[in-house]
Design a protein around this ligand. Structure first.
Ligand code: COA
Length: 135
């Protein structure tokens, strides 16, 4: 189930750290994104949960008409089952309804991330893996 998160509990934060760690994610960025001030200053978070355990999460940041994906991770055991796409859709719907016209991000340097974002309609706009799509 996908839902928007307004307060990040300690358990949820640990679930998210474990997921990102299992994906060899940038932990510094995750710590930064999951501070108490999620949902302040335009920050938005969605999680996907099964049996009360987080299996995937997305943190974004909306400024005026720009929506930016800061972090998106899916538990390795649950990848390739549509969770990443569902999280992205939830964030796109939210952003569209709240006046965003463009979604942007910097993709990881992996084929997996590039293929995923291209499948979801993003195109690369610079050599350093910045990608965007119109909403
Ligand atoms: C990238 C990631 C978020 C995708 O989430 P996911 O739930 O596995 O993706 P989905 O199941 O929604 O896949 C949608 C499409 O993306 C593409 N895709 C996803 N994983 C892929 C892989 N390993 N190799 C090639 N294409 C892939 C496919 O086109 C897939 O559609 P298909 O399964 O019908 O062929 C997830 O694999 C992940 O957390 N990776 C590690 C962290 C990361 O790279 N995050 C992005 C940060 S910028």
């Amino acid at each position: 189930m996908i839902r928007r998160v307004f307060n990040v509990s300690d358990k949820m934060r640990l679930d998210c750290y474990a997921i990102a760690n299992s994906c060899a994610g940038n932990m510094e960025s995750i710590y930064y994104c999951l501070q108490d001030w999620v949902n302040k200053d335009g920050r938005i978070m969605f999680v996907c949960e099964y049996n009360s355990v987080v299996r995937g999460f997305l943190v974004g940041h909306n400024i005026r008409d720009l929506a930016r994906v800061d972090d998106l991770y899916v538990d390795r055991l649950f990848q390739r089952s549509g969770i990443g796409t569902a999280l992205l859709r939830a964030y796109e719907d939210y952003s569209r309804k709240n006046g965003a016209g463009i979604m942007s991000l910097q993709s990881r340097a992996t084929k997996q991330a590039k293929d995923f974002y291209e499948k979801n309609g993003f195109r690369q706009i610079s050599a350093d893996r910045f990608m965007e799509k119109s909403l």
